[in-house]
Write a protein that binds this ligand. Structure first.
Ligand SMILES: Cc1ncc(COP(=O)(O)O)c(C=O)c1O
Length: 385
């Protein structure tokens, strides 16, 4: 039913719906959340600590601090780093907007540096030219679950006395030269929105080896209370960025299955790579040699120049297949253009990537039949271009 014939055209088959993503929730997750509901501890309870311990151990970091979202975690990293008005943070324009917004929250300036054309991560060869006397940190993003070139980034940071804050929101489980993403900089943040490798519904986790930051993060996420503060005493300006117990329980159950979840996603990525190998005009994701383990967050292909991506998205949608442009450049978001005067052409490699990327449906429970359905319809849509 689902085979392409020798001419490469597709046998007509029944339509199936393929969503963009879907969380992998089993009975153990449902049971873990239900158990919390049978206790009086819906926030600030034992599940958060268990989730934090599991994450710290998995990443190989001294500390893990659960927070209400990846964005909240990134914000706290910027606060802990003491970054403020007049400071600059070097980051990538090819990312989800939160990786630069967290710098704006503290009235500092994100300074964008263009990306590598193949890995789509910040290009370390361009970083040094962007360092000024105001630069305080580098904030690399491990885009789509592939680590940025961290050795080169850490070396530049060392030379210029800069902090390194890793946005590992898309990269739980990824490895850079056999070291886990998230254990490489001064602090890193993971995110657990339902399309991520593991989910807590909403949620995030900061990991760090710094003892002073560990305590600071715990205070900042909890309205500025220090360990010895009473409920109504606040030692510093803080936030309510706590992760609730229901989310933490979900996280604990997902962490127990993390290798299974990552392996399932890897299997789907391999099926796509094989299925798309001979689809003209489609390039499969590039993996850098330093990426000793990718952690597949999304499966993003590049379309050759001349292919109308919007039409491809529409025609796939008409066949029940979700797909989307992923990412849109941050510097071309309307409010960045207004605030900083950015224009098209400022970061050409990122812009070229943003124009050609197409994220296909991707989640660990995808069946071979669904992957095959997507690949053959993508081929048909592109070939009839
Ligand atoms: C690269 C990156 N940074 C930050 C975030 C923000 O995470 P959250 O949605 O949990 O706030 C995301 C989430 O999609 C992301 O992909």
């Amino acid at each position: 039913m689902t085979e392409a014939n020798s001419q490469g055209s597709i046998e007509r088959r029944s339509r199936i719906e393929v969503p963009m993503s879907r969380p992998d929730i089993g009975e153990s997750e449902i049971e873990a959340v239900n158990q919390v509901l049978r206790t009086p501890y819906l926030s600030i309870g034992p599940m958060l600590e268990r989730f934090e311990q599991a994450m710290a151990q998995f990443v190989g970091a001294r500390h893990a601090v659960g927070v209400s979202s990846g964005t909240a975690g990134l914000h706290l990293c910027v606060v802990a780093a003491g970054i403020g008005e007049g400071d600059e943070v070097i980051t990538t324009p090819f990312s989800f907007v939160a990786s630069a917004n967290c710098v704006l929250y503290e009235r500092a300036r994100p300074v964008f540096v263009d990306i590598e054309p193949d890995s789509l991560n910040i290009d370390p060869r361009r970083i040094e030219a962007a360092v000024t006397s105001r630069t305080r940190a580098i904030l690399p993003v491990h885009a789509f679950g592939q680590p940025a070139d961290m050795d080169a980034i850490l070396e530049i940071a060392r030379r210029h006395n800069l902090l390194v804050l890793e946005d590992a929101c898309e990269a739980a489980g990824a490895e850079y030269r056999k070291r886990k993403a998230g254990a490489l900089g001064d602090a890193a943040v993971f995110a657990f929105y339902p399309n991520k490798q593991i989910t807590t519904a909403e949620g995030g986790m900061i990991v760090t080896n710094r003892d002073d930051w560990n305590e600071l993060f715990r205070s900042l996420r909890n309205q500025g209370r220090d360990v010895f503060d009473t409920w109504l005493r606040h030692s510093r300006l803080g936030y309510n960025y706590r992760l609730d117990e229901l989310s933490a329980a979900l996280g604990v159950a997902q962490m127990e299955r993390i290798e299974e979840l990552l392996t399932k996603r890897d299997r789907v990525a391999q099926m796509y790579t094989a299925g798309l190998a001979k689809v003209p005009g489609v390039s499969v994701p590039f993996l850098a040699p330093a990426t000793t383990r990718p952690s597949w967050f999304v499966y993003v292909v590049r379309l050759a120049r001349g292919i109308d991506r919007d039409r491809v998205i529409q025609e796939l949608q008409a066949r029940g297949i979700a797909s989307r442009q992923y990412f849109t450049c941050i510097h071309l978001q309307p409010f960045y253009m207004r605030m900083f005067g950015y224009r098209e052409g400022d970061f050409p490699v990122a812009e070229e990537a943003a124009q050609s990327v197409l994220a296909l449906p991707f989640y660990g429970a995808m069946h071979a039949e669904q992957v095959d359905y997507v690949c053959s319809h993508l081929r048909e849509v592109i070939c009839c271009h």
